[in-house]
Design a protein around this ligand. Structure first.
Ligand code: FUC
Length: 832
């Protein structure tokens, strides 16, 4: 049977159930409105039973402009967000202040390092914590992400008179709907947020009655008044900054056909007797991603232009271009698990405790969320993607660089949404510019750039206000940057990011310092958020040297820089510098319990179930620990995973899904993914930490990709017939210290090594049959995979740019397979 026939059979044998299942894979549906009682998302302990607006309303977004709709019968509440709207920070300051950096330099760094070497634990004035805070940490404000506006549309309908209520969001088309009946009349609303035309669109219709609506626009920020004139509400406002308030504008424009639209003195619009009403919303801030001013957009002119263009096009054309745009991206990659739909609403699916149906929907919805909160924007998705109703959101709704912002982008390439990565690239380029000031001023490092734990949209690169949170992030951010190249093999992109990669490495070349044993380590640092020797020194005892995650990421960064400079044929001396440093990096170590050590000393506590497991970065998202290649490190990673346990926060369970998939334990990966989808999801399937944090949605989707396809290993020996012999290895056992694993120096030829595409590396038994189309693999390939009875049945690998790979399927490693651009290679069970 050929691959096409097999796919057709798969669809046909599912018969009518497939038609229904196709919708169930994409549509979130509810039989009641969102809970609009609360507009806040505060409080760590928020109970899922207290679901409010942000947990129950449904999200729309075009990558920059976001909205949520509540479906309220009497009052529709639209929360509007603009991803650039941050407040309570500075902009336009001198470059050093703008970077947030403490001006101290190498002398103060040495003072701090001395107390690290002296082991001054605790929080006394001469402790590592106190001196790091005193000498290295920022005193400048980070600010917070803030909501833009709220648009309220009142119908005058009494919820008690309503029947057949349905509220849906179709993640394949990006259309939201609200439908209900009053007597014999059906009232329908449709919502979407257009990327091609940069507007939010709402349309109200009634089957055989007229519509009487009141439309209001408000904001929580200081504003001139919302002004209604003609068929528009124009709202201008300012968001408070410590320096240079943000200016913004929103226009709501209404088309009610021949019906009367009457502007009111309070800034609202009254619509009487309309057959149908279309509402357009455009909005911008004056933000521009230009360091250090961060302003200058002609937001008023852009707002007027966007609204006029959208109004000229009209509803049908806007809707068509929107559906074509979203469904085009959604259809690139489709996961089709084989299940019978339960006929439940989405909130019921969550409370029933997990199913293939929910797992399939969660994956597709995560792709939808990704393209909705990160596309065409100057800044990346934040802790809540771009949906936030709170002026004081949890954790500032910022950019945490010790897992969260990186996790937001893990799924982008594997799940075939490459364009969603661009905002992350734009942002890191600004960080590299700003972080050069932090490197120089705080650490006395004249080359390269440095980034701390928390970021904003105004180039904040300084160290966190708490010395115990001293942390570098350039190496981790660059891992995402290079991996995007690995997937797409776009040399122009590599040219663009090369200075950022090189700058990150240059910083560490100078910043690395010898520890007492002579090995080169990063310090001050921490192992994200975790404490050691808690019984002796307390839970704040987090400051560390040579934490395993840093050292793993440095090997990753240096290796990537060596490859990038070889591909671009430049910087031979720099390459040599890195090659000389790699063997001196502090080794990875296996500790007394057989665990991979989190720190260079054997401080791990087997009862520690901390949510961060940063010392497994080399397993995922890195590529240097594998059950097929580095057996001892794999065993040690297994022990660590067992110690850390299963249930945790949303993002932590997303990461654990990825880890177990990389450990090739599909059932365990699935168990954790099921927990994430059923126990860490609100009614609208937003992930909860708690409270809402979007990283878990994206980490979970990345985990699904990892279960079905892995492509992080590379073949450096074309003649070898097993992965163990063929694959590149980054660590080798130290002959004199058996539990030490020292980094290996890569040669330039690694750049030519084909990636190994491993099909179904961790297929869970709970997903016995299914099909996935359009996953992406490193090396520039797209892969379709079908399986049945828990076994691979067919696969197709398409080359998007021409290239060579090796296939690992059903335990067999193929020879090199070379494809021209557009060519494909088919694997069939029958041809085995
Ligand atoms: C990191 C995590 C927390 C939370 C915060 C936003 O600090 O450790 O769990 O996700 O980011």
């Amino acid at each position: 049977m050929n691959f096409k026939a097999l796919t057709t059979t798969f669809v046909l044998t599912m018969g009518m159930a497939t038609v229904a299942a196709a919708d169930q894979r994409y549509v979130l549906q509810y039989d009641s409105p969102a809970n609009d009682a609360s507009l806040t998302n505060k409080g760590k302990g928020r109970k899922p039973s207290k679901f409010g607006y942000i947990q129950t309303a449904l999200p729309l977004g075009n990558g920059r402009l976001g909205a949520m709709f509540s479906g309220g019968v009497d009052t529709e509440h639209l929360l509007i967000n603009d991803i650039t709207l941050w407040m309570n920070a500075k902009r336009g300051a001198d470059p050093v202040t703008q970077s947030g950096s403490r001006t101290s330099g190498s002398k103060d760094l040495e003072t701090v390092r001395q107390v690290y070497r002296d082991g001054k634990y605790g929080t006394k004035p001469d402790s590592m914590e106190s001196l790091s805070t005193k000498y290295l940490s920022s005193t400048e404000p980070l600010g917070n992400y803030a909501p833009f506006t709220d648009v309220l549309i009142s119908t005058g309908h009494d919820p008690k008179t309503v029947s057949d209520y349905r509220r849906t969001l179709n993640a394949r088309t990006g259309l939201g709907t609200v439908v209900y009946a009053i007597g014999n009349t059906t009232f329908t609303r449709e919502f979407f947020c257009s990327h091609p035309h940069d507007v939010l669109v709402a349309r109200y219709t009634a089957s055989d009655a007229s519509l009487n609506l009141t439309i209001k626009a408000t904001t929580k920020h200081k504003l001139g008044q919302p002004k209604a004139a003609g068929d528009r509400i124009v709202l201008t406002g300012q968001a408070k900054m410590v320096q240079d308030d943000i200016q913004f504008m929103q226009i709501v424009q209404v088309d009610a056909g021949d019906a009367a639209v009457t502007p009111q003195a309070d800034g609202s619009l009254l619509i009487a007797g309309a057959d149908e009403v279309t509402m357009l919303v455009a909005g911008y801030t004056d933000y521009l991603p230009v360091f250090p001013a961060f302003k200058g957009r002609d937001y008023e002119s852009d707002c007027n232009k966007t609204i006029s263009q959208a109004a000229t096009l009209g509803y049908d054309a806007l809707k068509k271009s929107h559906v074509d745009d979203v469904s085009g991206l959604m259809d690139r990659c489709r996961l089709e698990l084989d299940f019978e739909p339960a006929g439940l609403t989405t909130d019921q699916l969550v409370t029933t405790g997990g199913s293939q149906e929910l797992e399939n929907l969660y994956f597709n919805y995560s792709r939808y969320l990704q393209l909705s909160c990160s596309r065409g924007a100057p800044v990346p998705s934040n802790l809540q993607g771009l949906w936030n109703a709170d002026l004081k959101p949890m954790w500032n709704c910022d950019y945490h660089t010790d897992i969260n912002v990186q996790m937001n982008y893990w799924m982008v390439d594997p799940a075939n949404l490459s364009e969603s990565f661009r905002p992350f690239v734009n942002w890191t380029k600004i960080l590299a510019q700003s972080g050069a000031h932090t490197a120089r001023e705080t650490f006395g490092v004249d080359q390269g750039w440095s980034m701390g734990l928390n970021g904003n949209v105004y180039g904040f690169t300084a160290q966190n206000v708490h010395g115990r949170r001293n942390q570098q992030a350039g190496h981790w951010l660059c891992q995402n940057l290079f991996d995007h190249y690995a997937f797409n093999q776009d040399k122009e992109y590599l040219e663009e990011i090369y200075p950022v990669l090189k700058g990150a490495a240059e910083f560490f070349v100078e910043y690395l310092a010898p520890w007492k044993d002579g090995s080169l380590v990063v310090y001050p640092t921490w192992s994200p958020e975790n404490a050691y020797l808690v019984a002796q020194h307390g839970k704040l005892n987090k400051q560390a040297y040579g934490a395993s995650w840093d050292q793993q990421l440095l090997l990753n960064l240096f290796t990537d820089c060596i490859e990038a400079s070889a591909v671009l044929n430049r910087d031979e001396d720099f390459r040599k510098t890195l090659q000389n440093l790699i063997p001196k990096l502090c080794p990875q170590k296996i500790g007394q319990y057989g665990q991979l050590q989190e720190w260079p000393e054997d401080w791990d506590n087997p009862k520690d179930t901390h949510r961060h497991i940063s010392h497994l970065i080399a397993l995922h998202p890195g590529r240097d620990i594998s059950p097929l290649v580095t057996k001892e490190l794999y065993q040690a990673a297994l022990v660590t995973m067992e110690h850390r346990g299963d249930e945790s926060t949303g993002w932590s369970t997303g990461w654990k899904t990825c880890f177990w998939a990389r450990l090739h334990n599909g059932d365990k990966a699935h168990q954790i993914y099921r927990f994430l989808t059923a126990k860490r999801a609100y009614a609208n399937l937003f992930d909860f930490h708690p409270p809402f944090q979007i990283d878990g949605n994206f980490g979970g989707a990345a985990g699904v990709c990892e279960m079905l396809l892995q492509s992080h290993l590379r073949s450096v020996d074309a003649s070898a017939s097993t992965i163990g012999e063929a694959a590149y290895v980054a660590y080798q056992q130290d002959p004199s210290m058996k539990n030490h694993y020292t980094p290996i120096v890569p040669t330039e030829t690694l750049a030519d090594a084909p990636y190994i595409l491993h099909l179904l590396p961790a297929l869970p038994s709970a997903w016995p049959s299914g099909h996935v189309k359009g996953l992406r693999a490193r090396g520039g390939f797209e892969v379709d995979i079908s399986w049945d009875g828990g076994k691979l049945t067919a696969a197709k690998v398409r080359s998007t740019g021409g290239g060579t790979f090796r296939l690992f399927a059903e335990g067999v490693l193929s020879d090199n397979i070379e494809l021209q651009q557009g060519q494909s290679h088919t694997w069939l069970e029958s041809n085995k």
